[in-house]
Design a protein around this ligand. Structure first.
Ligand code: SF4
Length: 444
């Protein structure tokens, strides 16, 4: 492994994902915590204890002060974090802010399935300025396909009730957005429009987790087929063609920003250094927890907040690898025209048993097709129904007749203007310093 040069200085963590409760009151069939390779949830305490909260708060403050940082975000996560109860959540937020002290600003967001989100919880979040992200896949039919209760009952009515409360005038400022998992069985435009009914500030469509060893549902072996790209392109066309900006669609916006020369704020696309870390209910420090989809223990670091500073996690080889920009790309991606925008996709999606993570994403054909479409569309080179260019999985190469993805951007000023308009004129300078986050989206 090469020595770190100055350009490789570790990027301190600025987002801390706290697993405040390790269980869930739903039984979503695609959940990476309970339904995939890693089953470590079963040995963890149900709820993060007061002692772990305090130690985590001390470690966060120590890390931020040590790196001269004055802001960070904390994601309250699970399982279902609201199972921890209002009292414990209030204690946690209060304690972490107390330990951070007056010179550090911690912003909080909770990512919930919404079924326990009642007026009492919302009053608590309003009092403590905790923003709320809610997971919902679309209308009742879409939600019922995957997001069911353990007894098979629908979770949709309870989540909708919570969203009606959250989106009322008193609590709407807390609304962070909706998180939806792509389901090929759902009509993409219908899913998008049913989410729009809640006027979310942003919608985050996630690809269901999978690896080369356990492919995502409906991801065919034939690299010429791109069902997930086709699904997301349908959403893109509905979103992009709208006469006014109805909401943000995080993954699509991030790809557009990358095509315009900016940096991504999410870990699933782009090459920005990852700068977040996970703390489990028992205080174990873990890597991005979607790694649980790859193999048992994939997210483990062997570190805990009891014994280790977050700087020790920063020095972990997997964290260092995730901060190395283009050097972290899988070998096959290094000749791909889409590499700067795609970034090889989400790290867990590269896994293949016996070969580790040095592979393109299992979604490679979809990512290439999606990026290519957006690049040509915003440059005016593609009409909504234009003939598609074939996906070139496993390391597409730039050739004279196949320029790097994003090539048209910047040659057609009007087209760039269109993209910037829909994005709210992204500031490239600001974007250059951004770090991808787990936010309300990546980790669930
Ligand atoms: S080869 Fe595939 S996974 Fe790798 S950067 Fe290109 S499109 Fe992305």
């Amino acid at each position: 492994m090469r020595a770190d040069g100055p350009q490789d200085a570790p990027v301190p963590f600025q987002e801390f994902v706290l697993k405040v409760h390790s269980r869930c009151n739903l039984a979503c069939d695609y959940c990476y915590v309970y339904e995939m390779a890693d089953q470590s949830w079963a040995r963890r305490p149900r709820v993060m204890s007061t002692a772990v909260v305090r130690r985590t708060g001390e470690r966060i403050a120590e890390h931020l002060r040590g790196h001269g940082l004055t802001t960070a975000s904390v994601v309250l996560h699970g399982g279902e974090p609201l199972l921890a109860g209002a009292h414990r959540l209030e204690q946690l937020v209060t304690e972490l802010r107390r330990l951070a002290g007056p010179r550090i600003t911690l912003s909080f967001v909770v990512q919930t399935n919404g079924t326990l989100l009642d007026r009492r919880m919302l009053e608590l979040f309003r009092r403590h300025d905790v923003r709320v992200g809610v997971s919902l896949d679309g209308d009742r039919a879409a939600t019922d396909r995957h997001r069911r209760r353990p007894d098979g009952g629908s979770s949709h009515p309870a989540t909708v009730r919570a969203l009606e409360l959250l989106t009322g005038p008193r609590y709407r400022p807390l609304f962070a957005g909706l998180l939806a998992t792509v389901d090929l069985a759902t009509n993409p435009v219908r899913a998008y429009e049913s989410l729009l009914e809640f006027a979310p500030p942003t919608v985050d469509f996630l690809l269901p987790h999978g690896t080369w060893s356990t492919p995502p549902p409906g991801r065919p072996a034939d690299p010429a087929r791109t069902p997930y790209a086709d699904w997301l392109i349908a959403v893109f066309e509905r979103w992009y063609a709208a006469p006014r900006r109805e909401t943000g669609v995080r993954m699509l916006e991030e790809i557009l920003v990358l095509l315009l020369g900016g940096a991504s704020r999410i870990e699933s696309v782009g090459l920005s250094p990852a700068a977040y870390v996970v703390v489990e209910t028992d205080g174990e420090i873990e890597l991005v927890d979607t790694l649980k989809a790859a193999y048992p223990g994939a997210a483990a670091t062997g570190l805990t907040v009891h014994a280790d500073r977050f700087d020790a996690a920063l020095a972990h080889p997997a964290v260092r690898a995730g901060q190395r920009g283009a050097a972290r790309l899988p070998t096959a991606c290094r000749v791909c025209p889409a590499q700067r925008v795609c970034g090889g996709g989400l790290y867990p999606h590269r896994f293949r048993a016996g070969r580790g993570f040095d592979n393109p994403s299992v979604y490679c054909p979809d990512l290439y097709r999606l990026i290519d479409h957006l690049a040509r569309r915003v440059a005016g080179a593609a009409a909504p129904g234009a003939a598609r260019r074939p996906a070139r999985p496993g390391g597409p190469r730039a050739t004279p007749d196949r320029p790097a993805v994003g090539f048209p951007i910047g040659r057609t000023g009007a087209a760039v203007g269109t993209a910037e308009t829909i994005l709210g004129a992204p500031d490239r300078a600001n974007r250059a310093a951004v770090r991808p986050t787990a936010g309300t989206g990546e980790a669930r």
